[in-house]
Each structure stands twice: as structure tokens, then as C-alpha cells.
Design a binder for this molecule. Structure first.
Ligand SMILES: C[S@@+](CC[C@H](N)C(=O)[O-])C[C@H]1O[C@@H](n2cnc3c(N)ncnc32)[C@H](O)[C@@H]1O
Length: 204
């Protein structure tokens, strides 16, 4: 087991999950800022891994957090990280494919999503990363599109979502996907570009 500090939290992980990436602390900071203006209700983290981004986002609030990931090793560490950082009572982990993890009528005030975004043919460029944690399918966006669909269905009125992507080209394609969801669907309101990835803010 390894440990690092992320957003002031002590986070455990091992080689069977994606190592927490320091730049993604920006997603937690942005999420906690949005949370101050979001309606009441729980936070959802899709593709949570060991849970550090969601935990850091809610640490200074009294919000509950639902984490979703299909990797049992990620669940083990996420539960451990929630306990060690004194947030276990506010955290529920759902070990499932995200497509099957939510009831139709569930709504969340803030949704954080960190899907894999590497093309299948390019995953060998990242030998230290477990393939299921980074493999985004043929064009890298298969899981990101599912995240947008789930955000569109489960975001509460007045809520916000922060989706992690790899490149600004991917942002353009995801914006097109959101547009195809029709009138009243979520759209990209702001994009922040970092050295190792991109975060977009989606809202209605
Ligand atoms: C890019 S990693 C992000 C993990 C963590 N949030 C982070 O930033 O380190 C993607 C995560 O999505 C999970 N995952 C991939 N496909 C999934 C699916 N269909 N349903 C649920 N989780 C999935 C993987 O197990 C992995 O933990």
C-alpha cells in the first residue's frame, strides 16, 4: 500500500488502481467552490477510483457523497480513505458499472466525473496505469459520453457537474454529444485547461 497527501487528506492506494494525480486537486477545489452555490442534496462521483477527488471536494461541507466505481480494489481504498479522513458516515460507495448504479429518480446537487479518456490503441503509452482505469474505447470518449448522459439524467435543477477529459479536441466532441441530447440538456459552460488534462463545467 502507498500513501500520499491530496487536498490536505491522507490517501491510500496501490498498483491495482490509478495513482492519484496531483493536478486533479484542481477538480476538487472547483467542485467545492461550486458546492457553495449549489442546491441542497448529495454529491455524486462517477469513476471515483480511491475517492480522493470527491472526498477533498466535500471535506469542508456537510454534504453526503455517493461514489461509483466497478473496481473492488478501488472500493477497498475509497472506504479506507473515507474512514481515515473522518468522512465515512457521509460516504456511500456503489461497486457497479456506472450505467447500472443509479435509480432513475435519483438527483444530485453536484456531479464529479473522472472517466477513462485514453484511446484503446494508446493505453500502452501508460504502462504504469491499470488498463481498465484509462481505456476510454475506440475514440477515448465512450465512458465520457456515458458520464454526460448520466449527468443529464441525474443532475438536480440548479446543479453543476465537473467532467475530466484529456484534450480540448475531446471537449469539442463532448460538447457536440451534449448538444445532441436536445433542448433542456446540460451544456458546457466553462473549460479549464491544465498541463495533464482538462476539466469542463456542465450545467443546464
Ligand atoms: C481515470 S480513472 C479515475 C479514478 C480517480 N477518480 C482518479 O482520478 O484517480 C477511471 C476510473 O473509472 C473506473 N471505471 C471505468 N469504467 C467504469 C464503468 N463503466 N463504471 C464504473 N467505473 C468505471 C475505473 O475503475 C477507474 O477507477
Amino acid at each position: 500500500m502507498h500513501e500520499l497527501t491530496f487536498g490536505g487528506l491522507t490517501i491510500a492506494y496501490d498498483h491495482q488502481v490509478l495513482q492519484p494525480r496531483p493536478w486533479t486537486a484542481a477538480q476538487s477545489v472547483w467542485a467545492s467552490e461550486l458546492l457553495d452555490q449549489s442546491p441542497s442534496g448529495p454529491v455524486l462521483e462517477l469513476c471515483a477510483g480511491v475517492g480522493h477527488i470527491g472526498l477533498a471536494a466535500i471535506q469542508d461541507s456537510n454534504r453526503d457523497l455517493v461514489m461509483v466505481d466497478f473496481n473492488p480494489v478501488a472500493e477497498h481504498f475509497a472506504q479506507h480513505n473515507a474512514v481515515v479522513n473522518a468522512m465515512a458516515k457521509r460516504v456511500e460507495f456503489r461497486l457497479a458499472r456506472m450505467e447500472q448504479a443509479l435509480a432513475d429518480d435519483e438527483r444530485f446537487s453536484l456531479i464529479i466525473a473522472d472517466p477513462p479518456w485514453v484511446r484503446t490503441t494508446e493505453t500502452s503509452r501508460f504502462p504504469a496505469d491499470p488498463v481498465p482505469a484509462i481505456d476510454g474505447g475506440d475514440d477515448g470518449l465512450e465512458l465520457a459520453r456515458i458520464c454526460v448522459d448520466l449527468i443529464n439524467q441525474h443532475l438536480a435543477d440548479g446543479g453543476s457537474a465537473l467532467l475530466q477529459l484529456g484534450t480540448t479536441d475531446q471537449v469539442r466532441l463532448i460538447a457536440q454529444h451534449a448538444q445532441q441530447l436536445g433542448a433542456g440538456a446540460v451544456a458546457i459552460h466553462e473549460t479549464k485547461i491544465f498541463d495533464d488534462g482538462v476539466i469542463v463545467h456542465l450545467a443546464r
